[in-house]
Design a protein around this ligand. Sequence first.
Ligand code: ADP
Length: 169
Amino acid sequence: ALALPAAAYMLQEQEARAAEMERTFIAIKPDGVQRGLIAEIISRFERKGFKLVAIKIVVPSKGFAQKHYYDLKERPFFNGLCNFLSSGPAVAMVWEGEGVIKYGRKLIGATDPQKSEPGTIRGDLAVVVGRNIIHGSDGPETAKDEINLWLKPEELTSYSNNAEKWIYG
Ligand code: ADP
């Protein structure tokens, strides 16, 4: 290998790591907000080692909820679901990290809290499918679309923190 100064190797490593990073959209639904679970939910993502790069609290309009859940428009629960999502403040977040889209879904647990494993957010903190407290993107395309729907580009940050070298090595 070429004799690069240590700083150059570190830069290459950081660049390689940055290329691996993904982002996902996570929302704490109105039931999670009302039940005082914001900090609990954020804490689970934060302790894992994922990085919070955007956060805001918003009351989605019914029309906005319909856009967010457009893929479910034929389902019988669609209207109730959109009424529910627009019933009060929700917390919109973007989390970043290696594998965060897929692993975020693991942290969240199965859609129906009766089927979510204990140890997952829905498994530990929710009981019924219509009040399952949290949303998470289900794939890279959805993540991109949902981030664009919920957040303006200037609401997204990009930063490195000192813990990263201990989280990723
Ligand atoms: P997920 O949120 O786990 O990605 P889906 O995309 O299938 O799950 O559904 C979106 C949301 O619609 C669920 O989180 C839940 O709030 C609601 N939902 C799904 N199935 C039902 C159902 N049978 N009855 C009521 N609400 C439902």
